[in-house]
Design a binder for this molecule. Structure first.
Ligand code: NCD
Length: 319
């Protein structure tokens, strides 16, 4: 290639709004880059100046610990100026619309906007009103792409691959953006996906997304390589979806008894926050021989660094 020819962008998207629509090669590219960032994050000096001069705004309309903190760390470790906008003390409380907030932030010329919002589709809408890259940090029940990517990185590092693994996503699938993003990603990467939960918490027609449905944990967990537990997202529930927490735990909570039906080396994941004694037994969650929950948090920082890097590549190359 002559020096005049411009190499094609490695990741041909302006934003990261979801996993749906990404190619296997694009997902692999993010995971490969994230692997390098895992190594960087294990050094004493964790900082690079790759994003020096760029501004990242984190705009979270919903609560978050892991996602917001790791996006902040990711931006800082790459040298960006990172600002967290708190929606509880901003003009949003004075009635400003999402679009007006987006236009206001856009006028400050950020390079990256990381957005979490309670309504499905809100992040995409916002992305159309700004000039910079937008990363979806979770929109309603729709998608949470960086969570699926960090789950994939955790699995790939532990199992060496994603293809042909059997993955069970268990619990409140109906209200879970984590489940939707993971179903897309795992299908794209050639894994076999099952969802397990009470009929009231499994979206109708979910089979069309390419998953097998089980209503019984023992049956569904049989021969699984990966068990992904989900929180009961009561903040999105209006009405009764299950009789009592103790009945839910006895039927769907992951304990050693239910775990024994999966493969002997089956790995347990949970996006957090966990509710011990509701969807997962405390001892199982803390069992480092079976659970990769803390590892997921570590992978989260590296994956978010990879996403910030990839989405600013073209901009950085063009100066
Ligand atoms: C998830 C979310 O916000 O969708 N959490 C996270 O990002 N780590 C899952 C949840 O809240 O249960």
């Amino acid at each position: 290639m002559s020096s005049k020819e411009v190499s094609p962008p490695l990741f041909n998207h302006d934003h990261l709004l979801g996993i749906e629509g990404l190619k296997e090669t694009e997902i692999t590219q993010i995971l490969d880059l994230a692997d390098q960032y895992v190594e960087q994050n294990r050094q004493t000096n964790k900082k690079k100046d790759l994003l020096s001069g760029l501004t990242q705004i984190n705009l979270f309309f919903e609560n978050s610990t892991r996602t917001r903190m790791s996006f902040e760390l990711a931006g800082k470790r790459l040298g960006a100026d990172v600002i967290n906008m708190s929606t509880s003390s901003s003009s949003i409380k004075k009635g400003e619309t999402l679009i007006d907030t987006a236009s206001t932030l856009n006028a400050m010329r950020p390079d990256l906007l990381v957005v979490r919002h309670g309504s499905s589709g809100a992040v995409k809408l916002l992305s159309r009103k700004v000039d910079c890259a937008v990363l979806n940090a979770g929109d309603g029940k729709h998608e949470h792409p960086t969570q699926a990517l960090l789950d994939a990185l955790t699995i790939r590092r532990r199992k060496g691959r994603l293809a042909r693994l059997t993955v069970a996503i268990c619990g409140d699938v109906l209200h879970s953006r984590v489940a939707r993003s993971n179903i897309h990603l795992l299908n794209i990467m050639g894994a076999r996906v099952r969802v397990i939960g009470p009929p009231t918490l499994i979206p109708s027609g979910v089979e069309k997304m390419g998953v097998e449905v089980f209503y019984d944990m023992e049956e569904g967990l049989k021969d699984c390589d990966i068990i992904m537990m989900l929180r009961l997202q009561t903040e999105r529930m209006h009405g009764g979806y299950f009789p009592t927490v103790s009945e839910y735990f006895s039927l769907y909570g992951l304990d050693y008894d239910k775990l024994s039906h999966a493969k002997e080396d089956a790995l347990i994941l949970h996006p957090g926050p966990m509710n011990r004694g509701v969807e997962i037994d405390a001892a199982v969650a803390d069992d480092l021989t079976r659970s990769a929950i803390q590892e997921q948090v570590e992978m989260g920082v590296a994956v978010r660094m990879a996403c910030l890097d990839i989405l600013t590549q073209t901009k950085r190359e063009n100066g």
